[in-house]
Design a protein around this ligand. Sequence first.
Ligand code: PBG
Length: 331
Amino acid sequence: MDASYPHLRLRRTRSSGWSRALHRETRLAPSDLVWPLFVTGGKGVEEPIASLPGVSRWSVEGIAERAREAVALGIPCIALFPNTPGDRRSDNGEEAFNPDNLMCRAIKSVRDACGSDIGILTDVALDPYTSHGQDGLLDPQGYVANDDTVAVLVDQALNQAAAGADIVAPSDMMDGRVRAIRMALEMAGHHNVQIMSYAAKYASAFYGPFRDAVGSGGLLKGDKKSYQMDPANAEEALREVALDIAEGADSVMVKPGLAYLDVIWRVKERFGVPVFAYQVSGEYALIEAGAAAGVGDRDALMMEKLIAFKRAGCTGILTYHAAVAARLLNG
Ligand code: PBG
């Protein structure tokens, strides 16, 4: 028998809600989400970020409050980013390894509030701490110097681990930094501190609101194309991922998210390692702007994009929509 219409009707399993639920191939749960949060100084401070509607910077005790909220919603992990005060930014970003910087204070207050009920992921890169907004140290020609930067990133990662970070996430794209950080963590006894490498991070136009949020946007001269990847390249992303795995990364990230689903898929197929997508600030802002402009329902636009990451093979997703999405998923 020819197994086609009218014998085979793919619409049959779609014809009712229970059947669609039964045949659903991928699922999204609050436990798939990592919630990025922006830390600012002071006490009792909430600063809404104009270019990221619905997202604020919080002072340290507000961050602990958000972490409690995440635990209650079933979100397993938060990611922290500091908005360093201007007078603490410098050419070499020394504030990154001050044990009492905003990042370390936020880590400790989250740990006090939530114990081991939540994972704390910290970003390793110098851009929130430098007066020039680049992720590393500049040589006299203004080029981001790879090996000198790696040495400083090691100090930054050790500082975060000592404060209690569970996952250090180098977002700087220097060559060799995963191996250097892994070795230093081992030597310091931080055997269980994970590394999630931003393995395939593209020089993207979608990071604008994030740079407003950490206050580096106005400072940045030039671009980051000498270390972040060309959006045209996928083979190179696979080489980056292969290297980071060999150097000791526990999980890898592709960033931004939606425009790079093919890369996520290829990483998952080729390496079978935990792969995370970072749905970045510009992606979030576009959904919010689209919904505000009447393009579609915000929640529907948001959920369709989030499930796409799971379908593409993601283990988890960093998204500013984490709490809103978790609330919807929890009903
Ligand atoms: C920088 C860093 C960036 C993001 C995370 N870490 C921006 C950049 O590379 O300039 C972007 C995240 C987002 O846009 O949401 N180390």
